[in-house]
Design a protein around this ligand. Structure first.
Ligand SMILES: [Zn+2]
Length: 206
């Protein structure tokens, strides 16, 4: 996981109100879905600033994520936000051990069905090449279908679901995948440090 500064994504009011923290996107989770749901979260903060609704925010986010998703026209930001809210509701239900809302499952299926894939063979000078072909004729968007499919495969594996965590800082709204099972902070440099400092301070006052 990595914190990326996105200059010019936030307008000055938002930058001031979040003391600069809101200017960062957090990326690099094993599935793009987790990066996406964290566009309404900020390390060390309960404030939910929507990175995608800021001027140029969605375009900046896609520039960061584009190597992880299929190419082509970017989806409408409203569709991207709908997928985000579906994923956020579904993933929070799994983390909190609540029953998963049927609506979120239907929504995810909708995103996948509306841009399915097939394998397409191509003749090359030396033989054959197999490529994934995204079907756009059903009206869906390959980037959204990819994020939904990658999430569906991850979230249907209980050993992977067990690695989804909320940050251990109660004031923090971030969700992450603990590749290292010991990990309890979204970003060690933000929430982890703060917790260490607080512990040290308590001990010092002893
Ligand atoms: Zn945190």
């Amino acid at each position: 996981m990595e914190l990326i500064e996105i200059p010019n994504v936030y307008n000055s009011d938002m930058a001031v109100s979040t003391a600069g923290r809101g200017r960062s996107a957090v990326i690099g989770a094993p599935i793009v879905a987790v990066d996406l749901i964290n566009t309404v979260a900020a390390p060390g903060s309960a404030t939910r600033q929507d990175l995608l609704s800021a001027d140029g925010g969605a375009a900046a986010w896609w520039r960061i994520e584009r190597t992880r998703v299929p190419g082509g026209d970017l989806p409408d930001v409203l569709a991207l936000r709908r997928l985000r809210s579906t994923l956020r509701d579904l993933i929070e239900a799994l983390i909190d051990d609540r029953s998963v809302p049927q609506r979120t499952v239907s929504d995810l299926n909708f995103f996948m069905q509306s841009a399915p894939t097939s394998t397409r063979l191509q003749l090359t000078g030396t033989g054959l090449r197999a490529e994934t072909h995204w079907h756009r004729e059903f009206g869906g968007n390959p980037q959204l279908a990819f994020i939904a499919t990658q999430a569906a495969e991850f979230l249907s594996d209980p050993s992977k679901v067990g690695r989804l965590r909320r940050c251990a800082n109660p004031a923090c709204s971030m969700i992450f995948v603990a590749v290292n099972p010991q990990r309890s902070w979204c970003a060690p440099g933000v929430c982890g440090n703060r917790a260490r400092v607080a512990r040290h301070y308590r001990r010092a006052r002893g």
